[in-house]
Design a protein around this ligand. Structure first.
Ligand SMILES: Nc1ncnc2c1ncn2[C@@H]1O[C@H](COP(=O)(O)OS(=O)(=O)O)[C@@H](OP(=O)(O)O)[C@H]1O
Length: 574
């Protein structure tokens, strides 16, 4: 038998409102609309499908104050994390949000109406109190507190929901189970004791070992239940993680474990979050829940001290275990003992016995540099997935961004570099010369500061996309403004390497090299606002390389660029 939902009844609003579907959909077309943001969308999905039972909507003020104050809804039921629909004053006025109003809530990705909210109340939360009570401190180093102060709007709207349809998913659809679906699945499999494992990270041998030990200890089956909504900023993306989980699942004995993806927006709220996670699993029909060391921990506060103690989450679920109604399986991390080639719970390792571990940071370093990842740590199938997602630099894209005056030699260097890279790497090489971009992308633009900034921004965008796709991109605009160059850098370096090369050939030299006579015409006033003559060129404050065509040959400059790329690993063999 699947576990009883929190509050006794699974609030699957899709099932409850199925009969009214057509009427609700028609009504939603006539109602004012509120477009949800990413977090509200995750919360809405779990309210509608019953994952957040007993909630039937976003918290009204009474429930909110109870949850913030002592983790209880107004009716006394345990609930640890406030689930709010935050709105701005402009939205309140524009949409007409007030008690009794009916509002269509829409998916921001495709504008579909997902639910109708009947407004109970609109109130201004005490955000400092929410931060302190729920997350332990009013400190922006905590991601949920930062969200509260920088993204969440100033008012909350409470009210019950009627379900129209679930948000559309196009990724891993067959692995997404609502609580009702999971309950039906357990029934079909005849699973009565199920231990769930929550994770927002890739899983390796230690996790497989830990989960199997938990299942063995409770004579239960296993539900791997990772979060694919919002996790901690900087986490490995869920596409990669799900491929990892799928590579790991065959490592469990047949029939022992199932994978289901949870569209939860985590808050990283440690102890309160652990209680919330347990209640959500209970709603999914699970009977046991693993709570490990530092469950849903956000890391360190602004003073460099951990927000929560390593066992605060375990203590919290222990304290409320009767009300939570799911058996908690507290777990130590397992450690690898190389001398005996086995995994053991960290607290059972005898004194003096050597153990090994590879931290997340160390793993990322090894992936980045294409270094070995030992088999005792992970499965080759898992490592293969991670290597595809985090290719070593030798196969990552990069951009060489040449900046300098007209006729400084940047175009000659760019062309020669393209040829040189063509001969030595398997990447496709793209050349974005100033004149080409002006003809192909920016033909409507002139040369005012604003137009030059737009031009450089476009180059940054295109170079970023090429870099993301693994290409070598060589851009060579004049790009006279520091801020615009910085903007291009930011757009590119999130996807791969970025190198700013200042072709610092003097104006005098550029003028003498200018066979087309453009500078002469600019000096004669026939061309207005020409860079270097009557328009500024801001010298880069921090170029990765500064070269001068009057002092070095093109091939020497190309060689310097190649050496720089080689040193950073971009030109080694993959
Ligand atoms: N007013 C003015 N100022 C500067 N340059 C001018 C101007 N008018 C036309 N040109 C010619 O336009 C070519 C491309 O300029 P860019 O797109 O690289 O300039 S910018 O980065 O947008 O500032 C650039 O050529 P290259 O330097 O060979 O790319 C210039 O010859």
């Amino acid at each position: 038998m699947a576990n009883t939902p929190h509050g006794g009844v699974l609030k699957d609003l899709y099932l409850r409102d199925a009969e009214k579907h057509d009427t609700l959909l028609a009504e939603s077309e006539q109602l004012p609309s509120l477009e949800l943001d990413d977090r509200q969308l995750c919360d809405l999905e779990l309210i509608l499908n019953g994952g957040f039972s007993p909630l039937e909507g976003f918290l009204n003020q009474k429930d909110y104050e109870g949850v913030v104050g002592d983790m209880r809804l107004a009716d006394g039921l345990l609930w640890s994390i406030p689930i709010n629909l935050d709105v701005s004053q402009e939205q309140i006025t524009e949409i007409g949000l007030k008690a009794g109003a009916r509002i269509a809530l829409r998916d921001p990705r495709d504008d579909q109406a997902l639910a109708i909210l009947t407004v109970d109340d609109v109130y201004r939360p005490d955000k400092a109190k929410e931060a302190i009570n729920v997350y332990g401190a009013d400190d922006d180093a905590h991601p949920a507190v930062k969200y509260l102060h920088t993204i969440a709007k100033e008012f909350y709207v409470g009210g019950k929901l009627e379900a129209i349809q679930p948000p559309s998913h196009y990724d891993y659809v067959s692995n997404r189970f609502t609580p009702s679906e999971l309950r039906a699945h357990f029934k079909k499999l005849q699973w009565t004791r199920v231990v769930a494992f929550q994770t927002r990270n890739p899983m390796h041998r230690a996790h497989r070992e830990l989960t199997v030990r938990a299942a063995r200890a409770r004579k239960a089956h296993l539900l791997i239940h990772p979060v694919v909504g919002l996790t901690k900023p900087g986490d490995i993306d869920h596409y990669t993680r799900v491929r990892v989980y799928k590579a790991l699942m065959p490592k469990y004995p047949n029939g022992m474990a199932e994978l289901s993806l949870l569209p939860l927006a985590m808050r990283m709220g440690g102890p309160r979050e652990a209680i919330w996670h347990a209640l959500i699993r209970k709603n999914h029909g699970v009977t046991h829940f693993i709570v490990g060391r530092d469950h849903a921990g956000p890391g360190k506060n602004s003073q460099g001290v951990d927000f929560y103690g390593p066992y605060d989450a375990q203590d919290a679920v222990e304290k409320y275990k009767d009300e939570i109604g799911i058996e908690i399986v507290p777990f130590q991390m397992v450690a690898y003992c190389p001398d005996t080639d086995e995994y053991m719970p960290a607290d059972e390792v005898p004194a003096g016995v050597n153990t090994l571990n590879i931290s997340g940071t160390e793993l990322r370093r090894r992936l980045k540099q294409g270094l070995s990842i030992p088999e005792w740590f992970s499965y080759p199938e898992v490592v293969k997935v991670l290597r595809q997602a985090y290719p070593p630099r030798a196969t990552q894209g990069f951009t060489i961004f040449l900046t300098g005056l007209h006729a400084s030699g940047k175009n000659s260097v760019a062309r020669a570099l393209q040829v040189s890279l063509n001969q030595q790497s398997t990447r496709s090489v793209s050349l974005l010369l100033g004149e080409t971009i002006r003809a192909e992308l920016s033909s409507e633009l002139g040369y005012t500061k604003r137009e030059r900034d737009i031009n450089v921004q476009r180059i940054g965008y295109v170079a970023g996309e090429l870099t993301k796709a693994g290409a070598a991109c060589i851009a060579a605009p004049i790009a006279p403004y520091e801020a615009a160059r910085q903007g291009a850098k930011a757009a590119i370096e999130k996807y791969g390497g970025f190198y700013l090369v200042h072709v610092a050939t003097s104006l005098e030299e550029c003028e003498s090299r200018d066979r087309e006579g453009v500078y002469k015409r600019a000096r004669a006033g026939e061309i207005k606002g020409f860079t270097g003559i009557d328009d500024p060129y801001e010298t880069p404050s921090k170029a990765d390389l500064t070269v001068d065509i009057s002092k070095q040959s093109v091939s020497q400059i190309v060689h310097e660029i190649v050496l720089m790329l080689e040193q950073d690993g971009y030109l080694g063999s993959a």
